[in-house]
Design a protein around this ligand. Sequence first.
Ligand SMILES: [Zn+2]
Length: 260
Amino acid sequence: MNSILLSLIDTHAHLCSPEFDHDLGEVLARARAAGVGAVIAVGETLADAERNLDLAEKLPMVKPAAGLYPTFLDPDQAAAMVEFIRRHREKLSAIGEVGLDYWAVKAEADRELQREIFKNFIRLSGELGLPLNVHSRSAGRHVVAMLLEEGATRVQLHAFDGKSSAALPAVEAGYFFSIPPSVVRSRQKQKLVKHLPLSCLLVETDSPVLGPEPGVRNEPANLPLAIRAIAEIKSLPEQSVAEAVSENTARLYGSLLSIS
Ligand SMILES: [Zn+2]
């Protein structure tokens, strides 16, 4: 199993979370033992982005990303993040996480600002050639529509909470959907996996959340659980799923993720 999964990449995890402060080395050692070769370390703030770059200097498995979480509705913070991403473009593997959250943000004026900030990150992605690592909650159709409207080409929709019908235009556009270990307990994620083609699926953990058990710290070593669940739902061998997912990850991230 380990040799099969050796090149698996956790495409979305919050390694900068304080929940990993005391044992990140051990967490990554367990991930490696489980066949995870690299982890895309997303962030929610400028402080997270800086921490991700620091972690990547010390820990070669960590592939840093930078983004502003969609509930931060502050144009100054957004501008500072855009500037940070430009300055560190060569070190970054992705812009994320960014996106829309209509569950947390309800007022139309606030949503308008959220869309404006997201639009700037989409444009930056095109300009710099960096993939977008996208959060959407209760806003699946809106996120997909905006990405298409802006002509985004390199897109990962993380933990997509919409219906597969909302996902299909994104599949047609060549966007990818990352499946977390919580798929083992989420009917919605199981349906998504069932209806989307294997050629658009990636895996992630969203550590420290979205693990197999609610309320228990999730970590990248749980990544194979997502592979196993996809294999079961699609009635395919785990090896085929692992290979397809690895190829998909390479198609989206390519040389941005040199595995050491
Ligand atoms: Zn996340």
